[in-house]
Design a protein around this ligand. Structure first.
Ligand SMILES: Nc1ncnc2c1ncn2[C@@H]1O[C@H](COP(=O)(O)OP(=O)(O)O)[C@@H](O)[C@H]1O
Ligand SMILES: CC(C)(COP(=O)(O)O)[C@@H](O)C(=O)NCCC(=O)O
Ligand SMILES: [K+]
Length: 243
């Protein structure tokens, strides 16, 4: 079995795969990965892949060592089943390239826009020849709420859940609608622009945060919360025998 770990800026996602089938997934703290050892004793793990976008402390690194598993630490040197055209592959987020690999595995002959709504929202484009062109980074849902609070004198820190109106009628509904609609329009804008350029465009939406779209946008989106994990599993299998 493959142990697949995606350590993001907000949460770690840990999954077990048998071949290309995900058999279990858990969210954990990105600092302590508390369930790491218990998952490894529950399953017969043969190899692992870890992708992190944060620095890990020595204690966590030695816990990985104690697992006594071959571990592929995803980095810019790792062979990939796609062509990476990013000008600085050494600075590219590993979760970003993994999401692209996950989408390309499912639709290898299509132009695909991959949107990952986590701590940040990232937009990636891979073409039907398997060439990853790059993409954009913008603030995520929680980051927008926190920024409005932190950089003003009067705006409270709000929860994403709560009263929702199309147009705010008080401070709370104004902020919540502003953040939600900002993201929804942003996503819809990317889709419209990219569809203009590539008529047969597929769109994947992944990441921990979910949004509502009108039906025309919704109808062309594939929602797959675990695209990064699936892409990492694909990268691990692609490198089978090389670790
Ligand atoms: N079980 C869960 N545990 C933690 N966060 C979750 C969970 N389900 C949904 N979320 C949402 O997912 C967001 C994190 O998204 P994620 O894609 O994991 O981010 P990142 O990859 O940047 O760590 C959180 O802000 C939270 O709103
Ligand atoms: C853009 C990101 C912060 C997104 O991280 P996430 O929201 O998944 O926690 C991460 O992919 C990252 O640190 N990237 C490095 C810069 C780059 O991709 O060019
Ligand atoms: K992200």
């Amino acid at each position: 079995m493959n142990l697949v770990i995606d350590i993001g800026n907000t949460a770690a996602k840990i999954a077990l795969f048998e071949g290309s089938v995900m058999v279990e997934v858990v969210y954990a703290s990105n600092r302590s990965l508390e369930c790491l050892e218990s998952l490894c004793s529950k399953y017969q793990v043969e190899q692992a892949i870890v992708a992190t976008v944060i620095d890990l402390d020595g204690e966590l690194l030695s816990r990985f060592g104690a697992l006594r598993l071959p571990i592929l630490w995803l980095n810019s040197q790792t062979p990939l089943p796609i062509v990476n055209l990013y000008e600085t592959p050494e600075t590219l987020g590993y979760d970003r390239i993994a999401a692209v690999v996950g989408a390309h595995e499912q639709f290898p002959d299509k132009n695909v826009l991959v949107i990952d709504a986590g701590t940040c929202i990232t937009y990636e484009f891979i073409d039907s020849n398997g060439q990853y062109h790059g993409g954009n980074i913008s603030p995520g849902l929680q980051m927008r709420f926190k920024a409005l609070h932190q950089f003003t004198g009067r705006l409270p820190l709000l929860e994403s859940d709560g009263r929702k109106l199309p147009l705010g009628r008080d401070t709370e509904t104004a902020i919540r609608a502003g953040v939600h609609k900002g993201i929804e329009y942003e996503i819809a804008g990317y889709i419209t622009e990219m569809k203009h350029k590539y008529s047969e465009l597929l769109v994947f939406l992944t990441g921990g945060d979910e949004f509502s779209f009108d039906t025309s946008v919704k109808s062309i989106i594939f929602a797959d919360r675990f695209l990064v994990l699936k892409g990492l599993n694909r990268i691990l299998n692609y490198n089978n025998g090389r670790i």
